[in-house]
Design a protein around this ligand. Sequence first.
Ligand SMILES: Cc1cc2nc3c(=O)[nH]c(=O)nc-3n(C[C@H](O)[C@H](O)[C@H](O)COP(=O)(O)OP(=O)(O)OC[C@H]3O[C@@H](n4cnc5c(N)ncnc54)[C@H](O)[C@@H]3O)c2cc1C
Ligand code: SF4
Length: 338
Amino acid sequence: MPTSRGASVRPLSYARVDRVDDAIALVSSEPNGAFLAGGTTEIDLIRLDVERPELLVDINAIPLREIDDLPDGGIRIGALARMTDVARTPAVADRFPAVSQALLLGASEQLRNMASMGGNLRQRVRCSYFRDGVSPCNKREPGTGCAALEGFNRGHAILGVSEHCIATHPSDVAVALVAFGAVVHTSGPEGERRIAIDDFYLVPADTPDVEHPLDHGELIVAIELPAAPIARHSIYLKYRDRQSYEFALVSVAAAVRAEDGVVAEVRLALGGVGTKPWRAHAAEARLVGSPATAESFASAAAEELRPAVVREHNAFKVALAERAIVRGLTQAMNGGPR
Ligand SMILES: Cc1cc2nc3c(=O)[nH]c(=O)nc-3n(C[C@H](O)[C@H](O)[C@H](O)COP(=O)(O)OP(=O)(O)OC[C@H]3O[C@@H](n4cnc5c(N)ncnc54)[C@H](O)[C@@H]3O)c2cc1C
Ligand code: SF4
């Protein structure tokens, strides 16, 4: 319907549910239906006319906010737990400090009080060409091209890129969750699933519009952090253009266990450089069995960054990521931030 200023008004229905099954049934029944949690991503994108749902199903009344200790030392986080609550839960801060730090370094206090963990995992990219609603963007409108390839790509990815999309995934906490092999629990029209978080995020390849393996109407119900004693001395470092309210140019989640000066176990993941939260598999493989020294860390970092594909404005990320990895591993080995 046109308005007095000539803009069109799109009809949008709203429903509030308090049961998982109802949420799934409602969103599944409407091809343009979407879940609404804290709304800090979804409402922004509707206002920008980038997302155009016809039905919003508000899931906030579903009892999915619990943060539970698991018998083996792991933690199960309900999908509707708020970022602030998760970050400040003693079990998370003690056993997975990198998860807690990543949450507290994201967004702002007000946003963290609103934003849910499930919504955080499913937040969309911050690429300005995606969000402006008009530039060529294969993620927003498949087949239109990618304005970032030759545009201002300072914040864009250098790992996992394709000629169709180079946007980074913006979540901080997902980087820490990837480092510790979290598992995403879902419930959907086809039943329940457990998805390893490394498989939850997809690189763009030639379908950048497909970001995750969820079916339409499939709800994230929880995120499980399996027990990981190494995570007790983990660290999350975030490098960005200003100290707060800013997304990462490069971030690192790291944990190291050394025995007799040799790396026995290591977890390493990167943010701000990959098209998905980036588990540094190549660096981890090189490090195990190597001396736990800055030289080994630097050589593992170079190995991880070797496949980087840089563009006009983001080449600096290679050196920044390499230095961040060395610092993250060194600080994690020494027991925390310095
Ligand atoms: C100004 C600003 C700065 C920010 N800075 C950072 C930052 O530095 N670091 C960072 O990590 N994040 C940052 N964010 C992103 C913020 O963390 C996310 O917007 C937030 O976590 C999304 O959660 P939500 O509950 O509001 O999700 P919503 O906006 O309600 O939903 C987001 C998406 O997830 C879907 N969804 C929600 N819940 C579920 C579920 N349970 N199952 C399946 N799908 C679901 C929705 O349908 C929607 O597509 C920032 C956001 C803003 C606005
Ligand atoms: S980088 Fe991805 S999100 Fe950004 S314009 Fe290109 S296709 Fe769109």
